[in-house]
Design a protein around this ligand. Structure first.
Ligand code: SER
Length: 315
């Protein structure tokens, strides 16, 4: 049977670019985009789109049957900062959507799932630098708790029911096509917009808060690579650590200043500082490197150059 892919949360920061990339790789008709709301014009016009609430099992089952879907990428989630404001809503969305997809796979209605986890699964007692794959976790945010639980459920469904679910612990993701929404690492996207158009940015994290980060092209490449990897190569069925670069707000500002010398940054940490302080500074992704040949293409310098160039021409 020809591959037929459903992307849930296709209008979000990752979902948009994933939809474009998979449509390019396969065909527009083979990649069904879905979200709870409509997305930008380019996305809506590039292929099939369905309004879909991922917490509604029956609606999801119907779309999967109609398009004869065999692979699902579940990108819908409430991110860390918003989830602190709406804990129960975040838990319900993040967990019920995952259970729906896992149960559809258990019932053999789909063959393969991608589900994203995050550096937010780690916590204050986790080793901060070069954080190992397996270590103390103890997440302290609603979002992190939902991602850690999700990882355990993915591993459980794989072990008990043979569900082919694959997952990555994304670092903070930097992109120019679609804004992130409600995350703690969003500053690393906002800063480029503000530098370019206002030459001034007030950062909600402190200048020395070092976090793992990745440019979106790398994240999309990693996502497609793990989904295409032979099942027997994958030794992790909870979620793989995934790394590319690590920097602080002060360092990203310096990198922007090499292109925009009169850019000015100041720092006004808010509630998101506490979230960031509980996360690693860098992660050890050697299992991803060994199991399915992961290696990133973008460092901070290349990210800054690409972000500024594309944002300048986009607007
Ligand atoms: N980037 C996400 C956030 O900040 C973490 O996965 O919430």
């Amino acid at each position: 049977m020809a591959k037929s892919i459903l992307i849930i949360g296709a209008c979000g920061q990752i979902g948009t670019e994933l939809t474009y990339a998979l449509r390019e790789k396969y065909s527009n008709e083979q990649v069904i985009a879905s979200d709870i709301r409509e997305g930008n014009e380019a996305l809506m016009n590039s292929g099939p789109f369905e309004i879909l609430d991922a917490t509604n099992y029956d609606a999801l089952e119907e779309v999967i049957a109609y398009y004869e879907i065999n692979e699902v990428y579940l990108m819908a989630a409430m991110l860390s900062a918003t989830a602190e404001k709406f804990p129960m809503r975040a838990w319900n969305l993040n967990m019920n959507s995952l259970f729906n997809v896992l149960n559809l796979a258990k019932e053999k209605k789909i063959d393969k799932i991608f589900w994203p986890s995050s550096i937010a699964v780690f916590g204050l007692n986790t080793p901060k630098n070069n954080t190992p794959q397996s270590t103390v976790m103890e997440p302290s945010t609603v979002y992190g708790i939902s991602k850690q639980s999700g990882e355990r459920w993915c591993n459980y469904y794989f072990t008990k029911y043979g569900v082919d679910v694959r997952s990555l612990r994304y670092p903070g993701l930097i992109s120019w096509k679609t804004f992130p929404g409600g995350g703690t690492t969003d500053y690393a996207v906002e800063i480029y917009h503000e530098a370019l158009f206002n030459k001034q940015y007030t950062c909600f994290l402190d200048k020395d808060t070092r976090l793992p980060m990745m440019f979106m092209d790398d994240a999309i490449r990693a996502t497609i690579a793990i989904m295409e990897s032979k099942a027997k190569k994958l030794t992790i069925r909870s979620s793989y650590n995934l790394g590319a670069m690590s920097f602080t707000p002060a360092e990203i500002a310096e990198s922007i200043k090499t292109h925009i010398p009169d850019f000015n940054i100041n720092f006004k940490p808010d509630f998101r500082q506490e979230i960031a302080d509980s996360w690693p500074s860098s992660v050890d992704d050697s299992l991803a490197q060994n199991d399915w040949d992961w290696s990133p293409n973008f460092d901070l310098e290349k990210t800054t150059k690409t972000m500024l160039k594309n944002l300048a021409t986009k607007n």
